[in-house]
Design a protein around this ligand. Structure first.
Ligand code: B12
Ligand code: SF4
Length: 640
């Protein structure tokens, strides 16, 4: 019996490895007896000795490793030490971080027997079989030559279905990857995919059959890793249409993620996409930068007006999670132009703004630019940009800080209402995020801030920083470049504070939080006789409707029942409360309303200058609005 171990090391627990699964399936398909295939999938966060132990125990004839930017150095140390213990065993490497610098790595690592560069499905299967079973060597003659250690680029024309049924069951709550096509039609200079083979597609009927099979296991998320999913518009339309139809017919929770080029979306596709169930699809759309000079340098086509109109239309459907991507530190990019790109994208109101940093990957065309543009990057993976002739190391470090603020306070969606109100105050919303980042650094330093404390951070930011805008004189306010919504609070700091804290409260309750933190302008703390009467009246009505849960009361400066995005949280009778699931989203994630709709609603409501007493029930992870009553403005000055 011969044994081969395939080791996949993912960047974190939620991910899965596709490349090695293809190789495993091809090996299985050879149906060679006396071959034991052991597939081990771990993460880079596991202790080195535990990883080493799991390899050692197998005592295999061949260890095959899948090398990526996030694991290659770890694989190097595992391979070196494994070979010291088992000198007879063979070590095989493949994957993008080995392929792109194969010659260099082979020279540096004599313990590595071979690297297969490029798409490894068939070549690695041949290499493994011919090394283990001499007599069964088939179409890879030089795999037996001990002097050959590098197997050159290979291009696969068909690839297996990667998952077994038991894996589909086990990986149900992780991210599954799926490849409907390989290769990329574009040639961005910083990317490895643009550097390899042209796009090839798996036959459509196979894709649809595989999707149905996957859906039957009801995974949380399936990510298509096709480089530009809609590069063939007709095919993209048919796959989307198929999934939309299936989501009507079948009951599943799967969210499908696609990387798309916005400008390629057709009117017909947009009409179709408008009909998708909220949460069925998630789109990642790379702009990277809007600076035309930089775009030319990195060879990316981009049409700002078309991009803007298509993304805005897509976002207005409020049914698809839209992630927009930026890359910091591109050649020719300055801090100012980077901020302009961030503002442009934030004004398109993405559900997520992904602020990546340029990586200078081995064997990418951008590497040739580095000397000319004085680009300094980490000399080790992930080769991240540290400085260029246009942007200093300090500026990029500060940008990293903003990135983490964007991730926590914007991308998480946990502070949705307050963050969108704050961003809506200025024409250039990114300025607010920069201010928040500075504020956090100044007031809290680099220490870890718990989720609970983050609400206080925002309350302090609202009070100590943003409220001060509106205390200022008219000239100072004019210099702030406020939006028309922001101008509503001109010299009305208390109105601003009340509305902002109300929105912060909603975010707080939506996360299932229940206490009364210091920053609350609370009904409980400000209760008076007239509010008491209203409370009793509401209580009586709810009792008549047979609602007996513990009820909490708060005063808000706008009607909560009509606040866009909260429509699902209204419950009027006990049956609905018992059946919480009927009110909460069943898919992989709720799709938030647009900032435009929120701002429009707030503008309309705060101009009315009304107050509302709201009765609601807190539950995990959200709350239900049970009843609401308008309050006469004279009732409780302190609260109002
Ligand atoms: C999924 C993914 C991720 C996931 C992680 C997945 C995981 N398992 O942990 C996430 C989203 C976290 C991620 C993050 C990043 N990623 Co990424 N990611 C991908 C993506 C989209 C898919 C990978 C995949 O499964 N491909 C499909 C398989 C079939 O192709 P493959 O991996 O190339 O495998 C084939 C061959 O390489 C070979 N092969 C693979 N393994 C083996 C093993 C052996 C023994 C052999 C012989 C052959 C072989 O055969 C396979 C089949 O033909 C690729 C782009 C792409 N579309 O491929 C980028 C890619 C892998 N990522 C890349 C980069 C740069 C990053 C980031 C640095 C991006 C960033 N944030 O700036 C981060 C780093 C994360 C970190 N923690 O450090 C680069 C990798 C460059 C490199 N030198 O490794 C890629 C190639 C994108 C690109 N075009 O430049 N990524
Ligand atoms: S960045 Fe995207 S579009 Fe550009 S070459 Fe890479 S995969 Fe293709």
């Amino acid at each position: 019996m011969k044994k081969v171990v395939l080791l996949a090391l993912n960047s974190s627990y939620s991910h899965t490895n596709l490349g090695l699964r293809y190789i495993r399936e091809k090996l299985k398909n050879t149906e060679i007896e006396n071959l034991e295939i052991v597939f081990i999938e771990k993460t880079i966060n596991e202790p080195w000795l535990m990883l080493f132990d799991s390899l050692l125990k197998e005592q295999a004839d061949i260890y095959a490793f899948s090398c990526y930017i996030w694991n290659r150095e770890l694989i190097e140390t595992l391979s070196i030490n494994l070979k010291r213990i088992y000198p007879e065993t063979k070590i095989l490497w493949g994957g993008p971080d080995a392929s792109s610098q194969a010659q260099f790595l082979l020279e540096k690592n004599p313990q590595v027997d071979a690297i297969i560069s490029g798409e490894g499905d068939s070549v690695s299967t041949n290499w493994i079989i011919s090394n283990l079973f001499l007599e069964k060597a088939f179409d890879a003659p030089n795999t037996l030559n001990p002097n050959t250690r590098l197997y050159a680029d290979s291009e696969e024309l068909n690839w297996a279905f990667p998952y077994t049924d038991s894996e589909l069951q086990e990986l149900n709550d992780r991210i599954l990857y799926y490849e409907g096509s390989r290769g990329c039609a574009f040639k961005c200079t910083y990317c490895l995919s643009g550097n390899t083979f042209t796009a090839r597609h798996k036959p459509l009927n196979e894709v649809l059959a595989e999707l149905i099979h996957i859906i039957s296991f009801n995974p949380r998320q399936l990510k298509f890793i096709d480089r530009t999913f809609n590069s063939d518009p007709e095919r993209a339309f048919l796959i989307w249409q198929f999934l939309i139809n299936k989501s009507e017919e079948l009951n599943f929770r799967t969210n499908f993620h696609f990387e798309i080029a916005a400008e390629l979306l057709t009117d017909e596709q947009l009409d179709l996409l408008a009909t998708a169930k909220p949460g069925l699809f998630q789109f990642e759309i790379g702009a990277q930068t809007i600076n035309p000079d930089v775009l030319k340098l990195i060879r990316r086509p981009f049409h700002p007006e078309k991009f803007k109109s298509i993304v805005s239309r897509l976002r207005s459907f409020e049914n698809i999670h839209i992630h927009l991507d930026l890359i910091a530190g591109l050649p020719g990019e300055t801090l100012k132009s980077q901020m302009e790109s961030a503002d442009y994208l934030l004004n398109l109101d993405p559900n997520m703004l992904q602020m990546g940093f340029l990586k200078i990957l081995p064997n990418t065309p951008i590497k040739l630019e580095c000397d000319k543009r004085q680009m300094v990057y980490q000399s080790f993976p992930p080769y991240e940009i540290l400085q260029s002739d246009q942007i200093s190391a300090k500026e990029l470090m500060a940008w990293r800080q903003v990135e983490s603020v964007v991730d926590i306070y914007y991308n998480s969606g946990q502070y949705f209402y307050i963050m969108n109100m704050l961003l809506g105050l200025k024409e250039q919303p990114f300025q607010i995020l920069l201010e928040l980042s500075d504020f956090i650094e100044r007031e809290y330093g680099y220490r870890k801030i718990s989720q609970n404390e983050r609400y206080s951070v925002l309350a302090n930011f609202i009070n100590a920083q943003i409220k001060q805008y509106f205390v200022s004189d008219i000239d100072t306010i004019n210099n702030l470049k406020l939006s028309s919504f922001g101008k509503l609070f001109s010299q009305k700091p208390d109105l601003f504070e009340t509305v902002a804290i109300d929105l912060l409260k909603i975010d707080y309750f939506k996360q299932g939080m229940k206490s009364f933190p210091d920053w609350f302008l609370s009904f409980k703390q400000n209760k008076d006789e007239s509010l008491n009467q209203l409370q009793e009246e509401i209580q009586e009505n709810l009792q008549k409707a047979n609602v007996r849960q513990r009820i909490r009361y708060e005063v808000f400066s706008f009607p909560l029942q009509e606040l866009p995005g909260l429509e699902n949280l209204i419950a009027f009778n006990k049956t609905e409360l018992d059946n919480e699931k009927s009110l909460s989203f069943q898919g992989a994630g709720e799709v938030q309303i647009t900032r435009q709709r929120l701002i429009h609603y707030l503008t309309k409501e705060i101009l009315k200058n009304q107050k509302y007493l709201v009765a609601f029930q807190l539950s995990n992870p959200s709350f239900y609005i049970l009843a609401e009553k308008k309050i006469n403005s004279h009732i409780n000055k302190k609260v109002l």
